[in-house]
Design a binder for this molecule. Structure first.
Ligand SMILES: [Mg+2]
Length: 392
């Protein structure tokens, strides 16, 4: 008896590919417990196709004035996106850059606005084709994706902070990246002896085989001499990488630091595009290049920038510090790119990570699972979005 397959092949399935019907911007504000309960804001982007399918993206703006400005940019750019084939993410990305030549040139708030649109389009494309963004990107580059905790120093005493950080890594997380120079009483990044004691006690509390990354805040503002002295001390204590010790744009300072310390140097999350990433990679002073999908041109922009990291043999690291939408994009991108070696997660409960989506990005025994689709693999809690809308 002949076997008969009655299922229609994919190419005969109707209405799989449609055009964009609408692009909407949602400027939202939320409290971020990891950042001392500060109110942060981002502009979410919802793109709907002619069949009613929906994709979501995020512009990582953080500040209210930037969020409202990004919303206006997204609304203005919408006319370029509406009517386009939903599969044509690259075409649309290029058209958006061509249109914004005068006020963006692939940088600034324009790059952030394009990021939100691009992430939403990739989500929508995956949902339309019923495949994950990871599959759209060509599949996994890794067998496993280790996760680390992304934290800020919060407590007054080093003992309390060591205990708190070690409690997070005890869940299986492979280490912790700790932000210095933040709000609260932690007072990190200002005194040599306190910083060294912090690193020593946190490392001891976490135990062997855990990574500790130190991330300097904008309030710290080290000079080159301070950066070299701290880097040498931290290197001795096994700090895995030192992030933004001299900010984002100090090639001479970083060259001096590189010449005097073997510590891994991380920066790059403030770059807007692949050209900026190439510029810092070419200095030979950066080992770990931060890339924010909600800033560097979305999933399309991240892929281009991460390829620069690959070619330069530098580690890329998704700057995953806003909502679960950028979290899901970071998960897919990190899994797909060989330059990405781990993924930062926020273990402290926050609504933007835990409540915004049906499946928050999380780890199992310290490893982030391979994402499954369709699209970004998440559904958005639209009631929460509506409740968090900013006055526009
Ligand atoms: Mg950072």
């Amino acid at each position: 008896m002949a076997l008969v397959n009655n299922a229609k092949p994919a190419w005969q399935m109707p209405n799989m590919v449609t055009n964009v019907k609408s692009v909407e911007a949602f400027p939202v504000s939320y409290q971020e417990p990891t950042d001392h309960n500060r109110f942060r804001s981002v502009c979410l982007v919802k793109i709907t196709d002619e069949d009613g399918r929906v994709g979501w993206g995020e512009c990582c703006t953080y500040f209210p004035e930037a969020t409202l400005a990004a919303a206006k940019l997204v609304e203005g750019l919408a006319e370029i996106v509406v009517g386009q084939n939903i599969l044509h993410t690259q075409t649309i990305w290029r058209k958006l850059h061509e249109h914004s030549w005068w006020y963006g040139t692939g940088a600034g708030l324009t790059s952030i606005a394009i990021s939100g649109i691009d992430i939403a389009l990739w989500d929508l494309k995956g949902k339309a084709l019923n495949v994950s963004v990871l599959e759209l990107l060509g599949g996994p580059a890794h067998e496993k994706m280790p996760a680390i905790a992304s934290l800020h120093g919060t407590k007054e005493t080093i003992e309390e902070m060591a205990e708190e950080i070690a409690a997070h890594t005890a869940t299986g997380l492979h280490g912790a990246k700790v932000g210095f120079g933040k709000l609260g009483k932690a007072n990190l990044g200002f005194e040599h002896d306190r910083d060294v004691e912090f690193v020593r006690k946190v490392s001891e509390a976490m135990g062997p085989d855990k990574m500790l990354m130190v991330d300097l805040g904008v309030k710290n503002s080290w000079d080159i001499s301070t950066a070299i002295t701290r880097a040498r001390a931290f290197e001795e204590l096994g700090v895995y990488w030192l992030e933004e010790p001299l900010g984002h744009d100090d090639p001479q300072g970083y060259a001096a630091l590189r010449a005097t310390s073997g510590i891994r140097i991380a920066y790059g999350e403030r770059e807007w595009n692949a050209a900026g990433v190439k510029r810092i990679a070419d200095t030979g002073t950066v080992d770990v290049i931060g890339l924010d999908p909600g800033r560097v041109g979305g999933i399309s922009g991240f892929v281009k920038a991460a390829e620069i990291c690959n070619l330069a043999r530098r580690q890329a690291n998704a700057h995953n510090f806003s909502t679960a939408i950028v979290g899901a994009a970071s998960q897919a991108l990190s899994w797909s790119n060989p330059a990405c070696k781990l993924l930062e997660l926020q273990p402290v409960y926050g609504p933007a990570q835990a409540d915004l989506v049906d499946k928050p990005i999380w780890h199992e025994n310290g490893y982030v699972p391979m994402p499954t689709g369709p699209g970004l693999g998440i559904e958005i809690n639209e009631d929460l979005v509506a409740s968090a809308l900013m006055d526009n």
